[in-house]
Design a protein around this ligand. Structure first.
Ligand code: NCD
Ligand code: ZN
Ligand code: ZN
Length: 381
């Protein structure tokens, strides 16, 4: 599988140390023999699809190996719309983890037209639900039960969330079939997100998996600490050519769909400048191979096994490795008001081949950059 990569190559700039907020030494780049090595505070994944059943059991260890926590998306069938369902889903994730794992799944609720303000109180009280997810109905995988009119029935719920400091996580695309698919994020910002924040200026919002320069401009126009964005490896490394290069490439298809090169560049430059408004969210979204390679293939890229390696590549190529750790490990917990992790992970500059697929009981999952060689190898010690 040929996956396009459109990052200008830059010479490797060896760094000695960089500091966290100018004080504590955190990221260390050193040469162990001839191998470069990064030591990072353990990252968290602020946007992850873990699925359920066989698929959950097949994928969860790929995230749990290197990430401390993850915001787990609620778009199951049926979706996780109540705190009780979120608590039960969390138990099934914990059960699927390797015995010695300390991975902490942070749960979310799926917002519907009928979510009640009471449910938000329950969610906050539970201590395990950390956000509510807005899927415009029909926008993406398993979004059919999502919101049909955010300005209709949802306002009391959103007001309750603002009161409890509970973030709204947004799949930011309009669903109007008359709007070109490449414009749906920009139009969502103009017609929904921006007016919503004028109505509810105290609502904390994460714009998930941003894909455009319009999103970057919007995020930077908002109050810091109140509106932020997650960014995926695919939207940092690929542009829309990767969907068609050498033939149709279903494993590069996700929503929001990959955009033009100028958008990719705008996102790379926003993230690698070191702004605390952006943090790591892989949007790792596994689908069994046959569900991707068929006449009506699902949207979603499985990147959990390669994500850290790819983020390091992006920051390295931008000459900003000193900004990597804040993106992977500080900005997310700071936004959510959670403590930063205390343990570390390492990334060694040592080539490794991405498996062609991960077989499991019900088929196989093809990862992003399947069969290709990547440079940064993540390990726990
Ligand atoms: N990103 C995707 O293309 N797919 C996600 C849903 C989502 O995050 O929109 C999925 O659940 O498969
Ligand atoms: Zn989404
Ligand atoms: Zn997602």
């Amino acid at each position: 599988m040929q996956a396009g990569c459109y990052v200008a190559t830059r010479a490797w700039i060896p760094l000695q140390t960089s500091s966290d907020k100018g004080s504590r030494r955190s990221l260390v780049v050193r040469s162990a023999g001839s191998r470069m090595e990064l030591s990072l505070t353990r990252p968290d994944d602020w946007h992850l699809h873990l699925r359920e059943g066989d698929l959950l059991r097949a994928v969860v260890s790929h995230s749990a190996r290197h990430f401390g926590r993850a915001i787990v998306m609620p778009n199951l069938k049926p979706p996780i719309t109540t705190t009780a369902a979120a608590v039960a889903y969390r138990q099934s994730i914990l059960k699927a983890l390797p015995p010695d794992s300390r991975f902490d799944p942070l749960m979310t609720l799926y917002l519907t037209d009928n979510t009640s303000p009471e449910e938000i109180k329950l969610a906050r009280k539970s201590g395990v639900v950390f956000a509510v997810k807005l899927y415009p109905a029909g926008a993406t995988t398993n979004s059919q039960d999502g919101v049909t009119d955010i300005f209709g029935k949802c306002l009391p719920v959103l007001e309750e969330m603002a009161k409890h400091n509970m973030p709204l996580l947004v799949h930011g695309e309009v669903t109007d079939p008359n709007i070109d698919i490449f414009d749906r994020e920009r139009v969502f910002i103009e017609t929904i997100l921006s007016p919503l924040l004028i109505k509810l200026p105290h609502l904390k919002v994460v714009m998930e998996h941003i894909t455009t320069m319009d999103a970057v401009k919007f995020i930077e126009s908002c109050n810091e600490g109140s509106v932020a964005a997650t960014v995926t490896p695919q939207h940092l490394l690929l542009n829309r050519n990767s969907l068609f290069q050498g033939g149709l490439q279903p494993h590069n298809y996700c929503l929001p769909v990959l955009k033009r090169e100028i958008h990719r560049q705008a996102i790379v430059s926003a993230v690698t400048r070191g702004s605390n408004r952006y943090f790591l969210g892989t949007d790792s979204a596994p689908h069994e191979r046959q569900k991707k390679e068929c006449p009506c293939g699902c949207a979603g890229i499985y990147n959990a096994p390669v994500a850290l390696s790819l983020y390091a590549k992006v920051f390295e190529q931008a000459g900003s490795l000193d900004k990597l750790e804040a993106f992977t490990s500080f900005n997310g917990p700071d936004f959510y008001g959670l403590p930063r992790n205390t343990s570390k992970v390492k990334l060694r500059k040592s080539p490794w081949k991405v498996p062609d697929s991960y077989p499991y009981t019900s088929g196989e999952i093809v990862p992003m950059f399947a069969g290709e060689t990547l440079e940064w190898f993540p390990s726990d010690n």
